[in-house]
Write a protein of this length. Structure first.
Length: 242
């Protein structure tokens, strides 16, 4: 063996010993590869996991149980299939009406409807107080508009005016609904806060209080013909809670 071969052999032996000291040797007690869906995940003090993942369940078991959204994704999806949660009770007549309405009008959703209803409520309350007929007319059905117009006219004849400050809506919730053919009606309960008083032509308060904030609850019904391309709902009835 010449000198060059001896040098190469010495280098190879040195590399082997270095790798062995770094990598170590198998002892038969190494941890097996981690399987997040294993039936027996390691959970003791020596475990590397920060969060224990849930076991997967069969489709039948997932359908039969209700769990939090942080659990099995499939079961959580089953739980959230009821689309009107927080708006109507599952299995209630209102939920049935909302289902039928959504099937008849694919663009319908309760968030958009309630947002529009809130806007309409403030506009109508404010316009009625100021006698703004041009704002009221497109928002009201013919019958309701005639009623509002008559009340405004009577106020004007007496030289009275309403001094009102609309503060805001605390709550707006759908309480009932019907679908008769293509004519949909939804009733909304509003709870709002405002200050309001009536003054005569001399500016003297004859009714109400311009300072005290009052809580007002109204029950209004809106209607829309689903065949109409106009997406806006009109106020067709007003009332107070039963």
């Amino acid at each position: 063996m010449n000198l060059l071969n001896i040098i190469l052999l010495a280098i190879a032996v040195g590399v082997f010993l270095k790798l062995r000291s770094v990598l170590g040797r198998r002892t038969g007690h190494e941890r097996p590869p981690y399987d997040p869906y294993s039936d027996n995940p390691a959970t003791g003090p020596g475990s590397d996991k920060v969060v224990t993942l849930p076991k997967r369940a069969g489709a039948g078991a997932a359908r039969d149980r209700v769990i939090d959204a942080a659990g099995d994704p499939f079961a959580a999806a089953v739980e959230t299939r009821f689309r009107w949660r927080g708006v109507a009770e599952e299995g209630s007549p209102l939920a049935g009406t909302l289902d039928a309405l959504a099937n008849a009008d694919r663009t319908f959703d309760t968030d958009s409807f309630l947002s529009g209803a809130r806007t309409a409520y403030e506009l109508i309350v404010t316009a009625f107080a100021t006698g703004d007929r041009s704002t009221l007319k497109p928002l009201l059905s013919d019958d309701v508009y005639r009623s509002f117009d008559s009340a405004i006219a009577a106020r004007e004849q007496k030289g009275l005016r309403i001094d009102q400050s609309f503060i805001g809506i605390d709550k707006a919730a759908i309480s009932a609904g019907t679908l008769d053919g293509t004519r949909a009606r939804l009733t909304v309960s509003f709870r709002s806060e405002l200050t309001s008083c009536t003054k005569n032509s001399d500016g003297v308060v004859v009714e109400g209080d311009p300072v005290t904030v009052r809580e007002v609850t109204d029950v209004w019904t809106f209607e829309r013909d689903l065949r109409n391309r106009d997406p806006n709902w009109k106020l067709v009835a007003t009332g107070a809670p039963a």
